[in-house]
Design a protein around this ligand. Structure first.
Ligand SMILES: [Zn+2]
Length: 565
C-alpha cells in the first residue's frame, strides 16, 4: 500500500529539522512560533491569499487572518515581515538527477551554443586533459548532435584526436548516448567482435566498424561501468551542491529519478549517509535505478516502505521504456519525419515490463517509467493496466516520466490504471523548434507535453526540468508550461498551455501527491509541513515577461530557512 496522506506523519520519523527543534525544546528552552505576514500568502494555487501564517515546530499552525495567526502563536512569537513579497507552497521538482548535476561541475562542458562544432568539443576535452590527475578519464557531457555544425555525433576518431593514451568519453545531452575513444572502449572491453547488449546498440559505420557511439543505456553502461567511480565524498558534495541550487530557486523537495545513474549503487548509500548526518537541506524523494532495486529487494524487503530517513525517502524504482525524440530513439507509432524508415525502439518487451512493474508493485514501491514516444507511452499504460487487473495495488501511482507524445486516450487509460505522470515541460523551450522542423513535424510537435489535456482529464502530474538536461529552475519550468514558448520565441501548441495557477498546482500539490505526500506537503494549510517559498512577486498575477524572471527571496523547509537571498 502506498504510504500516502496523513498516515505518513504520526509514527513516522520526524523530518530532520523538526527533530532538531524537538531536542532544543526538551532542554527547557521554549521555541517561539513565527508569524509570517505583510505579503501575498497563497496556501495553495487556487485559494484566495491569507493575511498570515503561523509556523511552529516545523508545521503550519494557522493560515488566515493576522488575529487568528496571533491567537495560536502564543507569547514570544517572532514576526517575519514579508515587506510585500509573496508566499507559495514550496516547489516540488518531480524529476531531476541531483548527483549527476553536481558532478557535471567537474566535467568538460560540451553543450551548445558554447561548442559550435566538433572542433570546439575537442578543444573543450583537451582543456580537461591538460588538468587530469591520476588514472582519471577525460569526461565530457552535454553535446547535442543537432546543434553541432556537422549535425552528427562525434566518433571515436574525433576523440582519438584528443588522446589515444587516456580514455576519453563524452555523453549526449539526453544522457542516452555516449561516445568513447578507442582507449576507453579497450578498457571497457568493448570489441569489434562483440554483439549488441540488451537494451542498447554498438553503432557501426558502413564497413561494420564500431564508431565509438554507444546507443541507449544498455550500451552506455558498458562504458560507464568501466569508468573510474567517483568517491562517496564527491557524490555527497555533488548532491549537496545540487540541493543548495534547488533551494535557491524555491524548491523544498526534489525527486531523484534514477539513484545510481552516475555513481552506481553507492548513490543510495550517499543519500542515506547524508540524511543520517543531517546534511540534506531540502527533501529528497528517491527512485532507485531498476536493476539495483530488484537486486536489493531480497536483502531489504522494506526498501520502499521503511519511511523517511531524515530528509530522504526512497519510494520507488526507475525504468526506461524508450529513449529521446532528438536522439531518434523514442519509440513512435509513425516514423520520424527526418528518418522515414525509423520508428525508434522499445527497450522492453511488454511481458518483461509487466513483470518488473509487478515486482515493484508487490514490494509497495512506485514504478517510474521513462516514456517519450507514443508507442512507448501506450506500452507502459497497458503494462500498468495489466498489473492492476492482475491484482496490483489500486492506488499504485506508478508514474510515466516525460509523457511527451501522449494522446488524450493514453491519459484517460493511464488514470484508469491508477497511474500518474511527471511531464518534461522544458522540452517545449529547448527542443520544440527542432521537434517541429526536423524530428516529428508540425502536427505532432504542437501537442508534445499535452498539459491542458492532462488537466481536463484529471491526471495527477508534476512538471520537470530533468536537470542537468535543462536548468534546475522550477519557476522557469512554470513559465514554459504557461507560455509554451520555444527558444526561437514561437508558441508551440497554444491550446495546451496551462494557467499560472494550474502550473503552480502541478508543481506543488500534485507533485507532492505523486510521491504520496499530499497529507503533509503541497499546500500551506494548518497541520502541513512548513515548506514554502517567498518570491519577489505574485506569480498568479504576473504577465509572461514578469514570469520569466521571478526572484526567490527565501525558502523554508520544515520551519527552517534553508535559503535567504
Ligand atoms: Zn531524467
Amino acid at each position: 500500500m502506498l504510504r500516502s496522506g496523513a498516515g505518513r506523519g504520526g509514527s513516522q520519523k520526524q523530518p530532520t529539522g523538526a527533530g532538531l527543534r524537538q531536542r532544543t525544546h526538551t532542554r527547557g528552552i521554549a521555541v517561539a512560533a513565527t508569524i509570517i505576514t505583510n505579503g501575498i500568502i497563497r496556501t495553495d494555487a487556487f485559494a484566495e491569499p491569507v493575511e498570515a501564517l503561523t509556523v511552529s515546530r516545523g508545521r503550519i499552525l494557522a493560515a488566515g487572518s493576522r488575529d487568528e495567526a496571533e491567537a495560536v502563536a502564543g507569547s514570544g512569537a517572532q514576526i517575519h515581515d514579508l515587506k510585500g513579497a509573496s508566499v507559495i507552497p514550496g516547489l516540488v521538482e518531480s524529476h531531476v538527477h541531483p548527483i549527476f548535476y553536481g558532478l557535471t561541475r567537474n566535467w568538460a562542458d560540451c553543450r551548445s551554443p558554447l561548442n559550435r562544432d566538433i572542433a570546439d568539443v575537442q578543444k573543450t576535452l583537451r582543456a580537461t586533459l591538460r588538468n587530469l590527475t591520476g588514472n582519471a578519464w577525460v569526461r565530457g557531457w552535454g553535446y547535442d548532435d543537432t546543434l553541432l555544425f556537422e549535425n552528427r555525433h562525434p566518433t571515436r576518431d574525433d576523440l582519438d584526436a584528443v588522446s589515444t593514451d587516456v580514455p576519453v568519453i563524452v555523453s549526449h545531452i539526453s544522457g542516452h548516448f555516449v561516445v568513447a575513444n578507442t582507449k576507453a572502449m579497450e578498457v571497457a572491453g568493448v570489441t569489434e567482435e562483440m554483439s549488441d547488449p540488451a537494451e542498447g546498440r554498438l553503432v557501426r559505420d558502413g564497413n561494420g566498424k564500431l564508431t565509438g557511439l554507444m546507443w541507449e543505456l544498455g550500451a552506455v553502461n558498458l562504458i560507464m561501468d568501466a569508468a573510474p567511480k567517483p568517491r562517496e565524498s564527491e557524490l555527497q558534495d555533488a548532491a549537496v551542491h545540487a540541493l543548495s541550487t534547488a533551494a535557491s530557486r524555491g524548491m523544498t523537495s526534489v525527486h531523484d529519478l534514477g539513484i545510481g545513474l552516475m555513481g552506481g549503487a553507492m548513490e543510495l548509500e550517499t543519500w542515506e549517509h547524508l540524511a543520517d548526518a543531517d546534511r540534506i537541506p531540502i527533501r529528497v524523494i528517491g527512485y532507485l535505478r531498476g536493476d539495483y532495486a530488484t537486486d536489493l529487494l531480497d536483502a531489504r524487503p522494506d526498501l520502499f516502505t521503511a519511511g523517511p530517513r531524515g530528509n530522504f525517502d526512497l519510494v520507488g524504482a526507475k525504468y526506461w521504456a524508450d529513449g529521446s525524440i532528438q536522439g531518434l530513439s523514442a519509440a513512435l507509432t509513425q516514423p520520424y519525419s527526418c528518418a522515414q524508415e525509423s520508428c525508434g525502439d522499445l527497450l522492453f518487451e511488454f511481458d518483461h515490463l509487466v513483470n518488473l512493474v509487478k515486482t515493484i508493485d508487490a514490494a509497495g514501491g512506485q514504478c517510474a517509467v521513462h516514456a517519450n514516444g507514443d508507442r512507448a507511452i501506450r506500452t507502459v499504460v497497458d503494462a500498468f493496466a495489466e498489473v492492476k487487473k492482475d491484482g496490483g495495488r489500486s492506488d499504485s501511482r506508478h508514474r510515466i516520466e516525460h509523457l511527451q507524445m501522449a494522446s488524450a486516450n493514453d491519459i484517460e487509460d493511464l488514470i484508469a490504471a491508477g497511474g500518474a505522470a511527471s511531464v518534461f515541460a522544458n522540452h517545449i523551450y529547448y527542443w520544440g523548434d527542432r521537434h517541429r522542423d526536423i524530428f516529428i513535424g508540425e502536427e505532432r510537435a504542437s501537442r508534445i507535453e499535452p498539459l491542458a489535456d492532462a488537466v481536463s482529464k484529471g491526471l495527477h502530474f508534476g512538471l520537470h526540468s530533468d536537470c542537468p538536461i535543462t536548468p534546475m529552475d522550477s519557476l522557469r519550468t512554470l513559465w514554459t508550461a504557461v507560455t509554451r514558448e520555444t527558444s526561437s520565441g514561437v508558441t508551440l501548441g497554444p491550446e495546451q498551455r496551462l494557467t499560472p495557477a494550474q502550473a503552480l498546482h502541478s508543481l506543488t500539490a500534485d507533485s507532492a501527491w505523486l510521491a504520496g505526500a499530499e497529507g503533509t506537503r503541497g499546500t500551506l494549510l494548518p497541520g502541513m509541513d512548513a515548506d514554502l517559498a517567498v518570491l519577489d512577486r505574485d506569480i498568479l498575477h504576473s504577465n509572461s515577461a514578469e514570469l520569466a524572471d521571478v526572484g526567490v527571496v527565501g525558502t523554508m523547509v520544515g520551519g527552517e530557512w534553508v535559503f535567504t537571498a
